[in-house]
Structure formats: C-alpha cells, structure tokens
Design a protein around this ligand. Structure first.
Ligand code: B12
Ligand code: SF4
Length: 479
C-alpha cells in the first residue's frame, strides 16, 4: 500500500519551528503495523511553492493520503484534497488534527476529503487502513472516531473512539527520521541551540472559554521514564540540546515533574528545556527545583489584568497569584513570558486600563497581546455563533480567514467598534512598552549565562528573525 502524508504550512511569516507531532506519530504506527510505502511531504518545513506540491502529488499515485493540522491549515486541507483528487481520483483522503476534529462536517462539505478522524488517530488509522486493505469502498459504519459521507452524500458521524489511557503503551514517538530534522533543529522553538518541541501529555483539567480541549479534562501523560528515553534518543541521533515542552500543561503533575527533573540531572545534565506553566500551580518549591534542573523558561497565559475578565473567561487564577509568579520568576532569574488577550466578550475601557496598569505595576511588556479569537470547538466559538457574530452557514468563510490570534478577525465585545478595538490593541502595547523599565544589557547577559550555561553563547548570535520570534513567543530577553 502506498501512503502519502502531507503536513501543510503554518506561520509563513516565520521559520518552521514545530514538528508535526500528530502526523509523524501516525506515520510511525503505520510503519510498525503495515507493510506500506510512505512518502512524508513536509510542506511546512520546506515551504514549497504550490506548483512544486502539485508536481510531488502528481508523481506519487497512492492508495491513501493523510493530511492534518491545526485550524489555520483548514484552507490548505481543502486545497490539497482538490489537487490529490484531480490527479488520483481513487485515492482515499483522510484528515485529522484540530482543524478537522473541531469542524468535521464543515470540512467534509467543503472539500474532497473522504474521511475525517474526530479524535486521537492511533487506533482509528489502523482500523481505516485495515478496511482499505479488505475492499476498495469499505463500510465505515463500524469504525469509531470518524465522520464521512455516505453514498447519498449525507454526512455521518460515528461514535467516538475512547481516549488512550496509557500513552506510553498505545502511542509512539513521532517518526523523526521521516522529517527534515535539520530544518527544525536550525530554528529554536523557545530556547537556544538544537531545540526541538515535544508533547508529553494530553488533556487539561481547566475549562478556559477560549481554549479548545479535544482531549478532555483528565491530564493523560507519558511517564518520566518514557520522556527520559525519548530525550536520550533525540540526543544520540540528532544531537539535540534543548527541549521545548509544548503540552497544554506540562507541570500539571508535580510528582512526574520532579521525577523528570531528577532524571534530567542524572542522565542528561547538558540538556536544557522550557515548558508551559500556570500561575496557580507554580510555587517557590517548583520554580526552585525546575530552575536547578535546566529549565530556562516557563510560559504563562495571564490573559488579563482585570479580575472581572479572568473570571468571565473561567481562567481560575487571580491577580495575586500572577504577581507572585512574576516575583518568583524574577527571584530565580527566569524570564517572564506571559501572554494576554484583548477583546473577550465582557472587555471594556476599564478592563483594558487594568491590564495595562497590571503590566506597568509588574514591569512587564504587552508584546504577546492577542485578539480574543473564537476558534472552533471552544466555548467562545459557541458564544460567537449564538450571538450571530459568526453565521451558522458562514463557518467555512470564517475559518478560511483564521491565522494567528495577532490578526483581528471578529469583534466579540459590545463596548468597542472594530476600529476602536484595533486601535486599543496598539495603544495598550505601546503604553506598556513606554513604561517598561528593562534591566541593563550587562544584567541580561549575566542572567542568560547563568540560565543557559554553555548554550548561552548562541543567545548573542541569534538571527534577527529568531530574536523577533523569541520576543513575540518566547520572551527570553524579558526578565
Ligand atoms: C504545538 C502547538 C502549536 C505549534 C504548531 C504545531 C504544529 N506543528 O502544527 C505552534 C506553536 C506553531 C502553534 C500555533 C498556534 N496554535 Co497551537 N497548539 C499546539 C498544541 C500545544 C499541540 C499540538 C500537537 O502537536 N498535539 C499533539 C498531537 C499528537 O495531537 P494532534 O496533532 O491533534 O494529532 C492527533 C489527532 O488529532 C490525530 N490526527 C492528527 N492528524 C491526523 C491526520 C489523519 C489523517 C488522522 C487519521 C488523524 C490525525 O492523531 C494524532 C494522534 O492522536 C495544541 C494543543 C493540543 N493539546 O493539541 C495547540 C492547538 C492546536 N493550537 C491552537 C491554536 C489556536 C494555535 C494558534 C492559532 C494560536 C495563536 N496564538 O495564534 C497558532 C496558529 C499558528 C498558525 N498561524 O497556524 C489550538 C487549535 C484550535 C483549533 N480548533 O484548531 C490548540 C488545540 C490549542 C488550544 N487548546 O486551543 N500551535
Ligand atoms: S488555556 Fe491552558 S489552562 Fe486553560 S484550558 Fe487551555 S490548556 Fe488548560
């Protein structure tokens, strides 16, 4: 069986930094379970022209094509499926990832995709390939976790595939050898050097209204031993020296976190790492332990300096916790990458003022300010549909316009016009910047040296593009 896998591009204004975990894990599973010839086309890494993609697809007649990605790849999923069907009408096209999962019906209605995977793919992909091996047009009704069109063109959604309970056992590492690792390793994610991202768990116990949680609210995770072995593998085979954990909430389980820190100090003390955090979970003990175990950055979603807004987005943190975590990060010499959101439904002049004041009081910039964006699958999306801000029959058009949350797409407030909101965005960033009092260059250099040890040299040689990325997404120079 011949299988074509295409990873569509994301963030074309930046270098490719994040590997396609979902598609690459499934590629590994296919290799393990079936005798198949796989062509993995990493369009995102290579940034091919559309002509080149057409030529690649044309030259590889295949039985099955797999595509997927997060929501801004929606337009590419449609484009790719059209090209595949044009050259190879009999190829079965399967799509997954959060774009496909969050709006399966809309995607099927607007594309040439045959089957959408509506949940985790590890079990579903095996069932699908087995069914294609048995017959050309299989009966999908017994396969859980998919949506597809029947012979009359009616879209059917099967019952969900249960979530994997033991990730160590029932998932695999991504097929790194099928990816252009040299490209990804040349473009650090949130750290320095040969930095690769890693997802060590799925699911988050919280219910923030702007966040899509396809994996439910139980945090399922790989064991610290699995992570240790994966890092030793990456170190040996790809000379990786930095890991950016991109889990929804890497620090959710403190026991696993501290086990991991111990393993790091014992087995790979030369590897540095970054992760995602949360203001209500990070206490002094945690910051101290991770700082002593090579962690150079914990990123936080602060979202707002207004408690009323934090409550309205169900964030379950308070301003005292946020201030405490800023103080702790400063005390232990860690940078303070915090992100904020502007334009949630209850936002008004007063809450914007409070956010700017919070930043000024705590000496923070607002460089990572995002527009509240109702991504499909979130409570915010349901709000936008309910209030008519997105028309029920206009979901396709809306999603076609989605990109980064720095781009304004829809106004969810009652207090501002679109123009006022866009002006507010620039005004807030500039007010916080004006008041921001940076530490001296010497102090920054001292802190970088202390954090990154032998890797710190690379900080001073970062390209301008990497520096811009760090400022926007990593904030490694913001202490
Ligand atoms: C890493 C990450 C990124 C990386 C990019 C990752 C990549 N290479 O695609 C970066 C940092 C660039 C990023 C950016 C953004 N992200 Co992001 N990101 C994530 C994160 C944390 C992990 C994704 C991941 O790799 N998961 C692990 C893998 C294993 O899961 P998976 O990809 O879903 O794959 C599984 C299944 O979906 C399925 N599957 C996947 N593909 C396929 C294909 C087939 C054929 C089949 C059968 C099955 C299948 O099988 C896999 C194994 O079970 C998720 C959160 C999350 N929990 O997933 C958010 C998430 C995907 N991001 C999100 C968002 C909103 C964004 C941004 C828009 C945010 C912003 N600030 O602007 C930007 C968009 C950038 C752009 N312009 O495109 C949302 C997406 C919401 C949605 N409805 O799609 C998520 C879900 C976060 C959230 N909780 O809300 N992101
Ligand atoms: S924003 Fe963070 S804490 Fe909130 S639900 Fe999403 S992953 Fe969990």
């Amino acid at each position: 069986m011949k299988v074509l896998i295409i990873n569509p591009p994301i963030r074309l204004d930046d270098k490719p930094r994040n590997i396609p975990h979902g598609l690459a894990i499934l590629a590994n599973i296919l290799r393990q379970k079936f005798r198949c010839q796989i062509l993995f086309v990493d369009w995102n890494a290579y940034r091919y022209s559309i002509e080149k993609i057409k030529a690649i697809i044309k030259s590889f007649p295949c039985d099955v094509a797999m595509i997927g990605g997060l929501i801004p790849t929606y337009k590419y999923l449609i484009k790719i499926s059209n090209i595949i069907k044009k050259y190879h009408p009999k190829t079965k096209i399967l799509a997954g990832g959060s774009a496909a999962m969050s709006i399966p019906k809309v995607l099927l209605e607007n594309s040439m995709i045959d089957v959408v995977c509506t949940g985790e793919g590890e079990v579903t992909i095996v069932r699908l390939i087995e069914s294609f091996q048995q017959e050309e047009n299989p009966d999908f009704s017994a396969i859980r976790g998919i949506a597809y069109s029947d012979n009359e063109g009616k879209i059917l959604v099967n019952e969900p595939e249960p979530l994997i309970q033991n990730l160590d056992q029932d998932s695999l590492l991504p097929a790194y050898d099928l990816l252009p690792m040299n490209i990804y390793l040349a473009n650090p994610v949130a750290g320095l050097g040969r930095d690769i991202d890693f997802i060590s768990g799925r699911g988050c116990p919280y219910h923030c209204t702007f966040c899509y949680q396809p994996w439910g609210h139980k945090n399922r995770k790989h064991s610290s031993g699995f992570i240790k072995d994966a890092i030793l593998f990456l170190k040996k085979n790809y000379q990786v020296n930095f890991i950016s954990f991109q889990d929804d909430l890497f620090i959710a389980d403190k026991k696993r976190l501290y086990d991991f820190c111990e393993l790091r100090n014992r087995y790979f003390p030369d590897i540095y790492w970054s992760c995602t955090g949360r203001a209500n979970i990070c206490d002094e003990e945690l910051i101290k332990i991770v700082r002593e175990s090579g962690c150079t950055l914990i990123s936080y979603g602060f979202e707002s300096g207004s408690q009323r807004m934090l409550n309205s987005m169900n964030k379950k943190i308070n301003l005292d916790q946020m201030e405490h975590v800023v103080d702790l990060n400063r005390k232990y010499g860690l940078p303070i990458p915090v992100s904020f959101i502007l334009g949630m439904p209850d936002e008004n002049e007063q809450s914007c003022k409070e956010t700017v004041e919070f930043c000024i009081k705590n000496n923070l910039t607002l460089d990572s300010l995002m527009f509240a964006t109702p991504y499909p699958g979130t409570a915010l999306f349901d709000f936008a549909i309910k209030t008519g801000r997105i028309k029920k029959n206009g979901i396709h058009d809306f999603v076609m316009r989605l990109g980064d949350a720095r781009d304004f797409v829809v106004n969810l407030t009652d207090s501002f016009t679109d123009e006022e909101l866009k002006r507010k965005y620039n005004e807030m960033i500039s007010l916080a910047k004006k008041a921001y009092n940076p530490i001296s260059q010497n102090e920054i250099e001292e802190k970088i040296k202390s954090l990154y040890g032998p890797l710190s040299e690379m900080f001073f040689n970062l390209s301008s593009e990497d520096k811009e990325h760090q400022a926007k997404h990593g904030a490694i120079g913001l202490f």
